[in-house]
Ligand binder design. Sequence first.
Ligand code: GDP
Length: 461
Amino acid sequence: MSDSDTDSPENASLRTPIVAVLGHVDHGKTSLLDQIRGSAVIEGEAGAITQHIGATAVPLDVISAIAGDLVDPDDFDLPGLLFIDTPGHHSFTTLRSRGGNLADIAILVVDVNDGFQPQTIEALDILQRSQTPFIVAANKIDTVPGWNPTDDAPIKPTYDEQSDRVRGDLDERLYEIIGELSDEGFSADLYWRVQHFQRNIGVVPVSAMTGEGVPDLLTVMMGLSQRYMKEEMEIDVAGPGVGTVLEVKEEKGFGTTVDIVLYDGTIRTDDTIVVGGTTEPIVTDVRALLQPRPLAEIRTESRFEQVEQVDAAAGIKVAAPDLDDAMAGAPVRVVRDRALDDVIEEVEAELAEIAVDTDEQGVVVKADTLGSLEAMADALGEAEIPIVRAEVGDVAPRDVSVASTADEHKQRVILGFNVDVLDDAEERAEIDDVRVFTDDVIYQLVEGYEDFVEELERAQQ
Ligand code: GDP
C-alpha cells in the first residue's frame, strides 16, 4: 500500500466492498447467499463472520480459506466482502448511497436451466443504469444432465481445453447465457477471460446447493474488486459516518429504530445524526448502536449487543429518539465537528436528487421506498408515461382523489409498487372509476398498465 499511502488522508483505510445479489425469482439468490455464509462459517474461526444488520461481512482470510489456492491474502488489501442479506433488485434500488447505488458490485444469478427471465432483464437494466459492475453466477449446474461433479479443485480456468467439469449440456447453457447477455448489449465470457470489468461480464458456473463454483465466484469478486475498486474503497475511518436507511422498525425497549448500512466513516453512541424523513430531515442523537448477538449467545433478554462505535462498511441498528418519520432509502449522516446546518443541507440535497419530477397530467405512482419510487419513475420515463404525483407509501384515498381529476381515462390510474391499497382507497377508487394496479415487479407493473392503455385505445376505435 506504500504508493497510495502518500496521497491518502492520515486516517485512510480500505473498507469492504458492498455486494448485492440480484436475479429472477427462484433462480437461487437466497441459496447462494446461504451457501456463501455457510461456507464462511465452516471455514472461519468462531466469530470470524460478523453478523450485521442487513448484511454479512466475510473477511479476506475466510474468503481465502474457502477459495484455497485461488486467493492468497498477501495479494489483497481490501478487507473482505460485505454481502447485503436481502437479495433482489428491490433492495438494490432501495439502497442508495450518495451519487449512486449502495452496492459497489453485484452478483446476477441466472438459473442455467431457465435462462433469462423478466426479472433477469430488469436486474440487468438496473445494473446498467446504475453502472454497477457485476458478475453472472450461472446457478444450479448440479441439475444439468450429464453433470459429473468431481471432488477436487474448483472449476479450472481451462474452458478452451474442455475440462471435465464444464462440458456437454452445461457448455451449451452457459453459451446461451453468454448469448443472451450479448443480446442485451453486454459482452460476456466465462470468467477467466474477463479483461475489462464492466465491459466484459464474467460468467461463473456455480451450484448454490452443492457449493461448487462458489470459491471461484468469491475469487473473481475479490480479484475484480481489488483490481478495479481499490481507490473507491478508500475511506477516512475517523470521518463522520455516512449511510443509508435500510428499514425503519419498532424494537421492543428501544422504540422506533433505523437499520442502516454505513458506507463511509464511523458512527458512535451519542453522535448527533441527521436522517432523511418523509417530510423533513430529522436531527437526533444516537442513543444506542445495536448489533445482533451471535445465535449461540442469544438469551431471552435481548437479541442485540450494544456497541460504542461502528466503522464502514457495516450494517447496524441505530436507536435514537424521534425516528418515527424516518424513511427507508433516505440518507443518514453523522454531524460530529461540522455545522449542523451544513449537514441538514446535504441531506436535503440528497433527498432532492432522489425526488421524482412530475408532469401536469399523468398517472399517480406509489412505492414503498424512495429508491423504488425512483426506479419506477425511471421505468415510466423510458416508456414515456407521464407522472402527476409520485410518493412513498400505501395507496390512500387522497391518491384516488388526485387520479380522479385526470382528463384522460388512461390517466385515471394509480400504479403501486410493493405497497398495499388501503381499504377506503379501494372503495373510493371503485366509486371514482380510478384503476389501481399493484405489483412487486416494476417491469410487470408497467406492462400491465401498457396493456390496459392498449385495450382502452382499441375500445375507442
Ligand atoms: P431466490 O428466489 O432467487 O432467492 O431462489 P432460492 O434461493 O429460494 O431458490 C429457489 C429454489 O431453487 C429452492 O428450492 C432452492 O433449493 C433451489 N436451488 C437454488 N440453488 C440451487 C442449485 O444450485 N441447485 C439446485 N438443484 N437447486 C437450487
